[in-house]
Ligand binder design. Structure first.
Ligand code: ZN
Length: 285
């Protein structure tokens, strides 16, 4: 099924209600059925119960209602660096021997149509469309063969990055990855059973209508089960944790000359079967 959260747009902590998207693309409210799409509601048993509901009996939600990130209670956002060969090449960096991991602050979370807010002093805000993997079943030291059992589903993610903060301000890339609105997720959580092959999905991102990224998850260096297993050997994975699995070529810093976002730009990101996000870029507050 496709699940979404509606209500106030914006970050973690914004008031949001759970919803279900029917086959015709209409949203129905799950308020009163589940508290929220978070924690134990993301377990296989709970998702199976939701998928068995009689959709017609659920109240419809006004399509004008804004969408939040499709899950709540996100404890950590784990980014995977350089997970596509063509992106490593455009960055002029060697292919990683092991997955490269970094964190994004959860305060960077945003809804699928929220504005992208330029942080103060930003000069090089860049885009990275990514397959976002949502953990449903907690685990530690997960075996690669069982790793997919821990995945609740997928959504579109964009790993917005301020390259100057990321590379030239000392310390880790964390600074450049974590500004408010830099981690939009959505528009829906598509449960794992609806995605027959997560390693054969087209990812696309355009800026003001011009295609910048056009890749396929089949070019990932480390697969979804490899990443889930690998990460779980360093830390437990919890229900609601999100893994951003890396981006294909076509980011702004890979263009010649480099291209970055400005206020007024519009960024659109789509992954096959997972939907589309659109973000208007706005100046810092
Ligand atoms: Zn990334």
């Amino acid at each position: 099924v496709k699940l979404a959260r509606f209500g106030e747009s914006g970050s973690e902590g914004a008031r949001a209600w759970p919803g279900l998207i029917d086959l015709a693309g209409r949203m129905h409210s799950l308020a009163g059925v589940v508290d929220d799409l978070r924690g134990k509601t993301l377990s296989p048993a709970a998702l199976a119960r939701i998928s068995e509901l009689a959709v017609e009996s659920l109240p419809m939600v006004d399509t004008e209602t804004s969408l939040s990130a499709p899950i709540g209670g996100i404890g950590k956002i784990i980014g995977v660096g350089l997970n596509y060969r063509d992106h490593a090449q455009e960055c002029g960096l060697a292919l990683p021997q092991e997955p490269t991991l970094f964190l994004k602050a959860t305060s960077a979370l945003a809804g699928p149509n929220d504005p992208l807010v330029m942080p103060r002093g930003a000069r090089a805000v860049d885009w990275e469309v990514e397959l976002a993997v949502v953990i449903g079943t907690p685990g530690l030291y997960i075996d690669e063969n069982q790793a997919m059992d821990h995945v609740a589903g997928y959504c579109v993610g964009i790993d917005f990055s301020e390259r100057d903060f990321q590379f030239h301000r000392g310390g880790q890339g964390f600074k450049g990855k974590s500004a408010d609105s830099f981690a939009p997720l959505g528009p829906w959580l598509v449960t794992r059973d609806e995605v027959s092959d997560p390693h054969n999905l087209t990812l696309q991102l355009s800026v003001n209508g011009a295609t910048r990224q056009h890749g396929s998850t089949k070019d990932m260096i480390f697969s979804v089960p490899q990443l889930v297993a690998y990460i779980s050997h360093f830390m437990s994975l919890q229900a609601g944790d999100v893994i951003l699995t890396g981006t294909p070529a076509g980011v702004g810093m890979g263009q010649s000359p480099k291209k970055y976002l400005s206020a007024g730009d519009e960024v659109t990101a789509t992954i096959d079967g997972l939907g589309t996000q659109t973000h208007r870029v706005v100046a810092s507050s």
